[in-house]
Write a protein that binds this ligand. Sequence first.
Ligand code: SF4
Length: 64
Amino acid sequence: MKVFITIDPDTCVGIGKCEEIAEEAVELGDDGISHVTGVAVDMDVARALCDGCPTGAISIVEEG
Ligand code: SF4
């Protein structure tokens, strides 16, 4: 199952851990925080992103 994620810009601290986990889904911006690319990812990848974010900024928002 593919799902989408969101990143809360007020919670993200720009460590970039998420980009290491799924660079196709997340990119660290020039503004110092990460942004979603809009690509759907497998549920296990989405869970790894949520679990891997130290500030809990990433949420799963839509199941496809
Ligand atoms: S892992 Fe979390 S806090 Fe770090 S850049 Fe990604 S969304 Fe932001």
